[in-house]
Write a protein that binds this ligand. Structure first.
Ligand code: ZN
Length: 154
């Protein structure tokens, strides 16, 4: 079994790195879910492991036929659901959105949301949440070139 407490993240030289393992092994991760009231598996949060400060990110999987058994909203964070594999549906404010590999769904904080696996393989997601309206600059406005070329150790 792999848990984030059994391996150590590397925090060094301006970065944090951790190998969370194959998405197919996400059931190895367990946490007590406050909305379900018991321990659940198949989802792992990256923020604490990687010391993220501006976003929360999770990897998650649902087995075929499985559905998240509750609706939720957020207080101030928008969420981006990125579907890596499988086939499913999101239910957002009563609208059904078909999703599969490559689908991306942005949800504003107050919208009710849930999702389910409607395919016959695992539905794998990456969910990113960040404070709505907090992104001031991005991509080429935020990235800055470094004048020296990359040097890979041999
Ligand atoms: Zn959420």
């Amino acid at each position: 079994m792999t848990t984030t407490t059994q391996k150590q993240a590397k925090h060094s030289n301006g970065y944090s790195a951790f190998d969370f393992g194959d998405f197919g092994d996400l059931d190895d991760y367990k946490f007590r879910h406050p909305l379900i009231g018991r321990e659940v598996s198949g989802k792992v949060f990256l923020k604490e492991v990687l010391n993220l400060t501006g976003m929360q990110v999770s990897f998650g999987r649902l087995r075929p036929g499985a559905a998240v058994p509750f609706l939720h909203t957020h207080k101030q964070n928008e969420e981006l659901y990125i579907f890596i594999s499988g086939r499913g549906q999101m239910l957002v404010n009563g609208d059904v959105i078909e999703v599969s590999e490559g689908s991306a769904v942005r949800i504003e904080p107050s919208a009710t949301r849930t999702w389910r696996n409607t395919g016959d393989t695992e539905l794998v997601t990456i969910v990113i949440q960040a404070k709505e309206g907090s992104l001031i600059q991005d991509t080429l406005d935020d990235g800055e070139p470094v004048t020296k070329p990359p040097v890979w150790p041999v």
